[in-house]
Design a binder for this molecule. Structure first.
Ligand SMILES: [Cu+2]
Length: 495
C-alpha cells in the first residue's frame, strides 16, 4: 500500500497539492478484468482491460473511450492529489505504472509491488508533472507484454495553467490517437508471441489498431485539431508522416509542450513515446481525405529482425495508420501559437558526472537482451546504478550495433530527462527536444541524456520499452539515496 501523504514530502521544485494534502481531489477505482469486445463481425474478442469509476471528485476526470479496449482517459491538473484503488481481477499478478509521472517509489508500479488477482493496491500521489500526454499500463515482471497486448493501457492527460492559457484545440478537437499493432486469428482471438524468435525481436502485429478498436477512419471538421499520439505498441517503431507530404507541426512530446512548434516532414516514434501534433484540415474541402502514415525506414536489425517476423506489416514498411475525412468545411484557426511553453534546460555543466557519464551498453547476448551485461533482478542494484538525491547526472545509452543489434526504446522511471546528444546510427529524425521519459536508441547509436534526481529517494527502474525485451529481463533497478558515492560503496561491500 502506498503511504498516505507521501507526496507531501516533495521538494520545492514540484508544486504542492492545492488541498494541503489532507483530502484527495480525485478518488477513483480502476479495475482490471477480463472482458469480451465486438471488434470485428462474428465472434467477440476476449481482452483484459481497465474500467474506471470516480468515487469522489469530478466525474468528467475519467472518460471511457467508446467501444475501446483501452482504459478510461484520465484528465487531471497539475497540483491535484489523486487516490486510485487498483483492483486486480485478472488471473495474473499485476501492478500499474504511471508512465512518465514523477511519483514516490511506492506509487511507481515496480514489479516488487505486484498484487495477485483478487487483491487491491492503493495509489495516492500529487500530480507534479507539467501538462502533457502521459499513460498507464501494467508492470509485473515477465508479464507486461502479455497484459498490455491483451488491452491493459490507458491515457493520463495532465493540464496546467500555462497550457490552458494557450487555448489549444479542446473538447472534441483534442483527439487522442493511441496506436497499437495486433494480430487476430480467424475466429477474432488475439494472437501473441508464437515462438522464441518473436520474443527476442519483439512482437509485431498484422494490423494497426487505433484507440483500441478496429476502425481507423475519423470524421473531422475543416479546422485545426490537437492530436495526442501515443505509440503503445509492444515493439513496433513508427516513422510518422502525412500522406500528402505536408509537414508535421509538433507541439509537444513525452513530458509536455515544446517551447515552440517544431515543423518537420517526418519523425520516428518508438514504443511508449508520445507526440502532440497540430493538425490543420482548414484547407480541405468537404469529403477530402488525408492520412497519417508510417513511412518506410530501415528497422536496423539486419537479418535478426527478419527472422520470426511474420507480420503482414513488416518492420519499416509503409502503411496507413489513421485516415481523416473532412465532413464539414469551416474557417477555423490555422496556425499554432508562436510560443508554446517555457522550457527549462538542464545544464550539462551542472552534472556531477559531467566528465564521466554513466554508460549503459545495450547488447544482445545469445538471444538475451542485456544492459551492461546484466538482466533484471527484483532487488539488485549494482554500484553503477546508485545515484544521489539532489544531483544532476548524464547517462549514455550505447547500442553497440552489429549483426545482432536491434532498436531499444529506453525508458527511465520516476522522472523526465532531456536528450543532449545522439551520435552514430542511421540518422533518422527523432524528437530529441523538450522533456522525455522514453528515447529510441537505434543500432549503432549512442544517445546522451541529462536528468535530475530531485525529491524522491528509493528504488526505480530503467529498461527497454520493447515489452518483449523488458519481459526477457532488459530492465534494471536504480536507487536514489542521500548517501554519497563513497558511503554507497562501503554499504554495498558490507551489505
Ligand atoms: Cu530492447
Amino acid at each position: 500500500m502506498a503511504a498516505l501523504g507521501a507526496a507531501a514530502a516533495s521538494g520545492t521544485f514540484w508544486p504542492q497539492s492545492s488541498g494541503a494534502a489532507s483530502q484527495p481531489d480525485l478518488e477513483a477505482v480502476l479495475t482490471a478484468a477480463p472482458d469480451k469486445m465486438p471488434l470485428f463481425p462474428g465472434q467477440l474478442t476476449g481482452v483484459w482491460r481497465y474500467k474506471g469509476e470516480v468515487v469522489k471528485g469530478d466525474s468528467a476526470q475519467l472518460r471511457d473511450m467508446p467501444d475501446s479496449w483501452l482504459g478510461p482517459v484520465f484528465r487531471v491538473r497539475r497540483g491535484q492529489r489523486v487516490r486510485i484503488r487498483f483492483k486486480n481481477r485478472i488471473p495474473q499478478e499485476s501492478i500499474i505504472h504511471w508512465h512518465g509521472l514523477h511519483v514516490p517509489p511506492e506509487d511507481d508500479g515496480h514489479p516488487r509491488l505486484t498484487v495477485p488477482g483478487g487483491e487491491d493496491y492503493v495509489y495516492d500521489f500529487t500530480i507534479a508533472n507539467r501538462a502533457g500526454t502521459y499513460w498507464y499500463h501494467p508492470h509485473p515482471h515477465g508479464l507486461t507484454g502479455n497484459q498490455v497486448y491483451g488491452g491493459m493501457a490507458g491515457l493520463f492527460l495532465i493540464s496546467d495553467q500555462e497550457e490552458q492559457a494557450l487555448d489549444l484545440p479542446a473538447g472534441e478537437y483534442d483527439l487522442p490517437l493511441v496506436i497499437q499493432d495486433r494480430t487476430f486469428a480467424a475466429d477474432n482471438r488475439l494472437v501473441y508471441v508464437q515462438n522464441p524468435m518473436q520474443r527476442m525481436t519483439g512482437f509485431l502485429g498484422d494490423r494497426a489498431m487505433i484507440n483500441g478498436r478496429a476502425g481507423n477512419e475519423y470524421f473531422v471538421k475543416g479546422r485545426s485539431y490537437r492530436l495526442r499520439i501515443l505509440n503503445a505498441s509492444n515493439s513496433r517503431l513508427l516513422r510518422l508522416g502525412w500522406s500528402d507530404g505536408r509537414n508535421l507541426q509538433i507541439l509537444g512530446t513525452d513530458g509536455g509542450l515544446l517551447d515552440k512548434t517544431l515543423v518537420v516532414p517526418d519523425i520516428m516514434l518508438g514504443p511508449a513515446e508520445r507526440i502532440d501534433l497540430w493538425a490543420d484540415f482548414a484547407d480541405m474541402q468537404k469529403g477530402a481525405k488525408v492520412s497519417l502514415q508510417s513511412l518506410p525506414f530501415n528497422p536496423g536489425s539486419g537479418p535478426m529482425g527478419m527472422m520470426g517476423n511474420t507480420s503482414r506489416l513488416p518492420a519499416g514498411s509503409q502503411y496507413e495508420l489513421v485516415r481523416f475525412q473532412v465532413t464539414e468545411e469551416e474557417k477555423g484557426e490555422t496556425k499554432p501559437p508562436e510560443r508554446l511553453a517555457s522550457l527549462e534546460r538542464l545544464d550539462p555543466e551542472q552534472a556531477v558526472n559531467r566528465d564521466n557519464p554513466r554508460r549503459f551498453f545495450l547488447e544482445m547476448n545469445h538471444m538475451q537482451p542485456t544492459i551492461n551485461g546484466r538482466t533484471f533482478n527484483m532487488s539488485e542494484v549494482a554500484p553503477d546504478e546508485m545515484v544521489r538525491l539532489g544531483t544532476t547526472e548524464i547517462w549514455e545509452f550505447v547500442n553497440s550495433g552489429g549483426m545482432m543489434a536491434m532498436p531499444h526504446p529506453m525508458h527511465i522511471h520516476g522522472l523526465s530527462f532531456q536528450v543532449i546528444g545522439r551520435f552514430g546510427g542511421p540518422g533518422y529524425r527523432f524528437l530529441d527536444k523538450g522533456w522525455k521519459d522514453s528515447v529510441l536508441v537505434m543500432p549503432g547509436e549512442r544517445v546522451v541524456v541529462i536528468m535530475r534526481f530531485l525529491d524522491h529517494k528509493g528504488l526505480y527502474l530503467y529498461h527497454c520499452h520493447n515489452l518483449e525485451h523488458e519481459d526477457l529481463g532488459m530492465m534494471r533497478n536504480y536507487l536514489v539515496s542521500s548517501l554519497s558515492l563513497r558511503d554507497k560503496r562501503t554499504t554495498a561491500q558490507t551489505g
